[in-house]
Design a binder for this molecule. Structure first.
Ligand code: 6PG
Length: 238
């Protein structure tokens, strides 16, 4: 696990964007498969990406998927797809054929199956599983990630690529990437900012598997943590 700490959330976002663009620059002849999480932290990255890195990013060599989605229409402000489309994809003119959204307004169980099949069909297989080049993860202050909340750790052992989870705080259903895809990814990249994330950062940086995010970070092969000083300092681990 490699940690990268920056003084502000904005600087962390810049570093993460440069890291992802750098991956693609180092292999200029191939297409990259990325899965993005939702929530507020990625929104900062999408906004900066659209405004300051539009010209240097090889958009047509990217294929965009989602880690998770809230079961709401894409027009809803809660929609992870709708948010990324508004802040980044529409701004940079990303061709629709390179974007593979989860449809939050479809019946959840059916959509989890549909999206699982679509990912298995369109993301290159490696070691028998669809393998993303990078899966961008956030972490909730309760230790959740990929919309897998504490108490739903069974989803980390699922062999269904996506399953329905439930946000325990409001009962909202979500479509969530499960352990079989998370652990198949070439790289998991956490992007965590803010002092309210102190506990989950401590869990991730320590050795205790105290929640889904920490478990994923401790059991995946290649994990990078991009965080700001607020999250790191509050965690008291460095
Ligand atoms: C979601 C996310 C979720 C997120 C964490 C952190 O759809 O909400 O995928 O797992 O990564 O909740 O969210 P923030 O970045 O808003 O703190």
């Amino acid at each position: 696990m490699k940690s990268y700490i920056y003084s502000t959330a904005t600087e962390t976002a810049h570093a993460l964007i440069k890291h992802l663009v750098g991956m693609m620059e180092r292999e200029p002849d191939r297409t990259f498969y990325f899965a993005f999480s939702g929530g507020s932290t990625p929104s900062l990255m999408f906004d900066i990406w659209a405004n300051e890195y539009k010209e240097v990013t090889p958009w047509k060599r990217m294929r965009i998927y989602w880690v998770d989605e809230r079961c709401v229409p894409m027009e809803d402000s809660e929609s992870n797809y709708g948010t990324m489309r508004r802040l980044l994809l529409d701004e940079v003119g990303m061709p629709g054929e390179f974007v593979f959204p989860i449809f939050g307004d479809y019946p959840p169980e059916a959509e989890a199956k549909r999206y699982s099949a679509q990912v298995c069909r369109t993301v290159p297989l490696w070691r028998g599983f669809p393998t993303f080049d990078a899966v961008l993860l956030g972490a909730g202050d309760d230790g959740h990630t990929s919309s897998i909340f504490p108490g739903q750790e069974y989803l980390l052992a699922s062999f269904h690529p996506y399953e329905v989870s439930v946000n325990p705080y409001n009962g909202q259903q979500r479509i969530a990437m499960t352990g079989c895809l998370l652990f198949a990814a070439r790289k998991l990249v956490f992007f965590i900012t803010g002092k309210n994330k102190a506990n989950v950062v401590r869990d991730i940086l320590d050795s205790g598997d105290t929640g889904p995010a920490a478990y994923v970070a401790h059991h995946a092969e290649d994990v990078e943590i991009f965080m700001d000083a607020q999250a790191e300092k509050a965690s008291g681990t460095m």
